[in-house]
Design a protein around this ligand. Structure first.
Ligand SMILES: [Zn+2]
Length: 308
């Protein structure tokens, strides 16, 4: 009898776990959704991608309702924004010793991740005849290991991070382990990222990085308390929005759908905050069809941008 009960319990738990992978798109209010200000077209602004490393995953582990058998490449990247006033990285990509950095992540992630290193950020810069000095700034979408790894080779470049994210990274949070390790090795050149530039579309506050509307940072708390998203208005008239890890896939915005429960548990600080952001991003995409929304890890979307 006891065995039967235990078996039943296991089956119920497995069914419950299975349910967390079933597609359940978030509900989106009807109506048009928020329109963005016109694209600020500034001469000499471009955005490209340094593809630092790949990790193999399955679609279904990245977005709720995705196929559990469909392979998905998780790209670990830095975005390079060129502007007449300077060159800025959005996230730091990976360091030369990214394999050691992977050791700071939870066991499950380490075990599942099959990491292929392609080009550490510093090597991508060097190959183009550039040095860390040629970077004006690094803006962090958030403080998790796969976004800060590259800082290890870019020590003197100013790093922009929100006070909320800095506090989170320096707390006991599991996701901030590598960040704390890097800071313990030697101090980073931190700059406080605050939002004093007024509304931008549906975002109540913003930070106009070059003060010409070309690169606009907005708060996007949820995945972490101090996550930010970055609008880049390109010379071509195209506008992109880098959303960090609010979603790992474009389906997360298109359907919209959150990460499956296991992934949320491991990486998202505030799951309900993430859901709100996903609904907003879905509405934003609907009202601004020309906007390219770029999850930090969706290699299929990265392929639509220029390679550095
Ligand atoms: Zn990430």
């Amino acid at each position: 009898m006891k065995l039967k009960l235990a078996l039943l319990l296991v089956l119920v738990l497995l069914a419950a776990l299975g349910w967390t992978f079933v597609k359940r798109p978030l509900s989106v209010p009807k109506g048009m959704g928020p329109v963005l200000p016109p694209v600020a077209s500034v001469d000499g602004v471009s955005c490209s991608v340094i593809a630092g490393a790949d990790m193999k995953s399955q679609e279904g582990f990245s977005v709720r309702g995705g196929s559990l058998t469909k392979p998905l490449i998780t790209g670990l990247v830095a975005f390079v924004v060129e502007h007449p006033q300077g060159r800025v990285l959005i996230d730091a990509g990976v360091a030369r010793n990214v394999r050691e950095h992977l050791e700071t992540t939870p066991w499950l992630l380490r075990t599942l991740a099959s990491l292929t290193v392609k080009q550490p950020t510093i090597d991508a810069l060097t190959a183009r005849g550039l040095a860390p000095d040629d970077l004006k700034a690094i803006v962090l979408t958030h403080s998790h290991w796969d976004h800060v790894s590259g800082l290890a080779d870019l020590r003197d470049v100013p790093v922009w991070i929100t006070p909320e994210e800095l506090a989170h990274a320096r707390s006991e949070d599991e996701g901030g382990k590598l960040y704390r390790q890097l800071e313990a090795e030697s101090p980073l050149e931190l700059r406080e990222l605050t939002f004093a530039d007024g509304a931008y579309g549906p975002f109540a506050a913003s930070h106009d990085f070059f003060e010409d509307g070309s690169v606009v940072l907005v708060p996007m708390p949820g995945h972490t308390p101090g996550s930010v998203a970055v609008f880049v208005n390109l010379r071509s008239g195209q506008r992109i929005l880098i959303i960090g890890d609010t979603s790992w896939t474009k389906e997360g915005v298109d359907w919209p759908a959150e990460k499956p429960w296991l992934a949320r548990r491991m990486v998202d600080s505030d799951a309900s905050g993430v859901r709100k952001q996903l609904v907003l991003l879905h509405q934003l995409q609907r009202a601004n069809p020309d906007l390219t929304i770029v999850p930090a890890h969706d290699a299929r979307v990265h392929a639509k941008l220029a390679a550095f």
